[in-house]
Design a protein around this ligand. Structure first.
Ligand SMILES: NC(=O)c1ccc[n+]([C@@H]2O[C@H](COP(=O)([O-])OP(=O)(O)OC[C@H]3O[C@@H](n4cnc5c(N)ncnc54)[C@H](O)[C@@H]3O)[C@@H](O)[C@H]2O)c1
Length: 282
């Protein structure tokens, strides 16, 4: 019998996770708070499948079958028979804690309760439940159907069984996992990109090199697909500033102290591609 997955939040990440899971044979129930959000999420999945079919990467029949494995609901009770629950709602700790409190009452005893948070310590989310050993981070990357990585994050009380079950789930949907053994702020990936962007911004700020040259150095010198300042513009200078401030607050490690230029760019609204101006003009 197909395994059951419940995804909470039908936004960018939740719908991506639902999509790859349904394609891999999971029965998926996608839950959001409004019918509009669910329609948008499922519509996005359908059009993504269409693109894969048009490119010859997926059979039309397989796409239709996968789409048919995804049901939608506004009712959280739908998690009751799920083997794995993945939460992908807004990055707000209060919202996530409220959901995990409810999941604790509704989900099966042996269900894996996972959060897709990019930065909130799993331990803080797990503490909202009476079963913190069953709570784990499954940090997928955007766009989920294209990006291979899933960062598995252990909270303070996450059990080995839960981590193994989370790995089994992520691998079953085609991802390669890396394990974060302690839920330090920013995990591994956000810490690495923050450190690189902060240093790149400092070099740029002090006139050591131009934005273009810093990015070319990383691309040609280290084989990075994209330079750190172009990455900051794509992700949003505001998003990276926020992530870096969080890591700095938790770690008190000076290398994460956000440079003045990033703070002033955000104050001025020069946050990257979405505003038309960041380290580059778009
Ligand atoms: N966007 C990214 O690139 C990215 C990458 C990795 C991880 N993340 C993380 O994934 C999570 C989701 O991010 P996103 O970009 O998909 O956000 P999003 O804004 O696209 O979607 C969030 C969805 O959650 C829904 N929601 C809010 N409260 C809810 C509730 N109580 N029950 C059910 N649904 C609810 C909203 O209606 C919305 O549809 C966040 O924790 C984020 O940090 C995002």
């Amino acid at each position: 019998m197909a395994k059951k997955l419940a995804v909470i939040g039908a936004g960018l990440m939740g719908s991506g996770i639902a999509q790859v899971s349904a394609q891999a044979g999971w029965d998926v129930v996608l839950r959001d708070v409004t019918d509009e959000a669910l329609a948008r999420g499922k519509g996005g999945i359908a059009s993504s499948f269409e693109k894969f079919v048009a490119k010859g990467k997926l059979e039309a029949a397989a796409a239709e079958e996968a789409l048919g494995r995804i049901t939608t609901t506004t009712d959280l009770d739908a998690v009751a028979d799920a083997d794995v629950v993945v939460e992908a709602v807004f990055e707000k700790i209060e919202v996530k804690r409220e959901i995990f409190q409810a999941l604790d009452k509704l989900a099966k005893d042996d269900a894996v309760l996972a959060s897709n948070t990019s930065a909130i310590p799993i331990t803080k989310i797990a503490a909202a439940t009476a079963r913190p050993e069953r709570v784990v981070g499954t940090h997928f990357f955007s766009p989920v159907p294209m990006m291979q990585l899933c960062e598995l994050v252990r909270g303070y009380k996450t059990s080995d069984e839960t981590l193994a079950a989370a790995r089994e789930f992520a691998e079953s949907v085609g991802k390669t996992c890396v394990v974060v053994n302690r839920d330090v702020a920013g995990f591994v990936t956000t810490r690495l990109i923050s450190a690189l962007v902060v240093e790149a911004a400092k070099l740029y700020e002090s006139g050591v090199a131009s934005a273009e040259d810093i990015d070319i150095a990383c691309k040609l010198g280290f084989g990075h697909a994209m330079g750190p300042l172009a990455t900051a513009d794509l992700t949003g200078v505001d998003i990276l500033l926020h992530a870096t401030e969080n890591i700095y607050t938790e770690s008190q490690d000076e290398k994460f102290a956000p440079p003045e230029i990033m703070r002033r760019m955000v104050d001025a609204g020069d946050i990257g591609r979405k505003s038309g101006q960041g380290f580059y003009t778009h």
